[in-house]
Ligand binder design. Structure first.
Ligand SMILES: NC(=O)c1ccc[n+]([C@@H]2O[C@H](COP(=O)([O-])OP(=O)(O)OC[C@H]3O[C@@H](n4cnc5c(N)ncnc54)[C@H](O)[C@@H]3O)[C@@H](O)[C@H]2O)c1
Length: 330
């Protein structure tokens, strides 16, 4: 049994809590939050979970800590967790600067403890199906990848996402998922150019629309159109290969409602109906993978390097946008 403390219990922390409850090898023993309210809400009715206000109060009864707090707090919390000998699952983005991400990574390597990063798309059935089709070779040589993800991010005025002291914007916070997915599918990115828009005047730094082109080292070209301010929801992500095309479609940024596959010479398009959304079940896979990582010492989840590389792409996209869409080599 692996004993887990969740640090940050409101949004994604609550989803991990619900997902971990469905995994027999895991036991959430501590909920840690600077604001006791969301933690108390989750713990309601359970006598064997302790609510704490610092990770230090939880150390006696946890083996691993989940860092589910705003991105600029990840470095401090992760390093304190490693320093106390705990494995760390850190939500994406791993950090907001290369310096902070590298410090987390170095600490994991120095202590020999496990570090998982919350790129859950890799563990979702729909994305695994798409990767399975790519890896099977039926698409031939992959040439292009596209990602159109549109939705509306509506957060209360006091949320860290719109607080000028903590703001990171969509390109760092949310597109880190898509940069990781692209690396997972095709390998390393060679160069980036981007146009990034802040469609709201306040607060500054809240980028919410992006047009990004990526050139991969294996020759594939990838393109992302993303919005956090679209009144229509949509997800379309797909691969065009020399012998076939595959697409994952959904009615909102993260939903997968169907997979379409058309191969060269085939008359029919193969359509698989899916019902995947970002409910807590979307996080069961990545949690199981992290527990396996701890149990076996063999990495089954995106790790610190994946976190660092996704952040590097986000920062390069932002740099490109500042310079009018200039090509940035990675
Ligand atoms: N993988 C995913 O699908 C996914 C989805 C949403 C958010 N996230 C990531 O998870 C992280 C948290 O986002 P969220 O939407 O859950 O935020 P949130 O605001 O909903 O929740 C954050 C919680 O952390 C607590 N907190 C803040 N600083 C703390 C500290 N120093 N110690 C203890 N508790 C602290 C807050 O009180 C709050 O309860 C971000 O990095 C975000 O990008 C990942």
């Amino acid at each position: 049994m692996i004993r887990i403390g969740i640090v940050g219990t409101a949004g994604i922390g609550a989803k991990h809590f619900a997902a971990l409850k469905k995994i027999p090898e895991a036991k959430v023993t501590a909920l840690i939050d600077i604001n006791a309210e969301p933690a108390q809400k989750l713990v309601y009715g359970s006598k064997d979970i302790t609510v704490c206000s610092t990770i230090e109060e939880s150390l006696a009864f946890v083996d691993a800590l989940y860092i589910c707090t705003p991105p600029d707090s990840h470095r401090d919390l992760a390093i304190r967790a490693f320093g106390a000998g705990k494995h760390v699952f850190c939500e994406k983005p791993i950090a907001t600067t290369i310096e902070d991400a590298s410090a987390i990574l170095e600490c994991a390597q120095h202590t020999g403890l496990m570090l998982g990063v919350g790129f859950n798309m890799r563990s979702r059935d729909s994305y695994q199906r798409m990767k399975g089709i790519l890896d099977s070779g039926v698409l031939g040589e992959p040439a292009s990848y596209w990602c159109m993800r549109l939705g509306m991010l509506d957060v209360p005025f006091n949320n860290w996402r719109v607080d000028t002291n903590h703001i990171v914007g969509m390109t760092i916070e949310s597109l880190s998922h898509d940069f990781d997915t692209i690396r997972w599918l095709f390998g390393e990115v060679e160069s980036v150019n981007a146009h990034i828009i802040e469609s709201k005047l306040h607060p500054r730094g809240f980028d919410d629309n992006a047009h990004i082109n990526l050139a991969l080292k294996n020759g594939v070209k990838a393109n992302i159109i993303a919005s956090w301010s679209s009144y229509l929801g949509k997800s379309s992500r797909g691969i065009i290969g020399t012998k076939g095309t595959v697409e994952l479609m959904g009615d909102d940024t993260w939903n997968s409602n169907c997979l379409r596959l058309k191969l060269k010479g085939a008359e029919e398009t193969n359509i698989q109906e899916l019902q995947e959304s970002l409910d807590p079940s979307a996080y069961i896979g990545i949690n199981k993978d992290f527990l396996t990582t701890i149990q076996t010492g063999i990495e089954h989840v995106p790790n610190g390097i994946d976190g660092l590389e996704a952040l590097r792409i986000s920062l390069a996209a932002r740099e490109s946008a500042i310079h009018g869409g200039r090509l940035i080599a990675l």
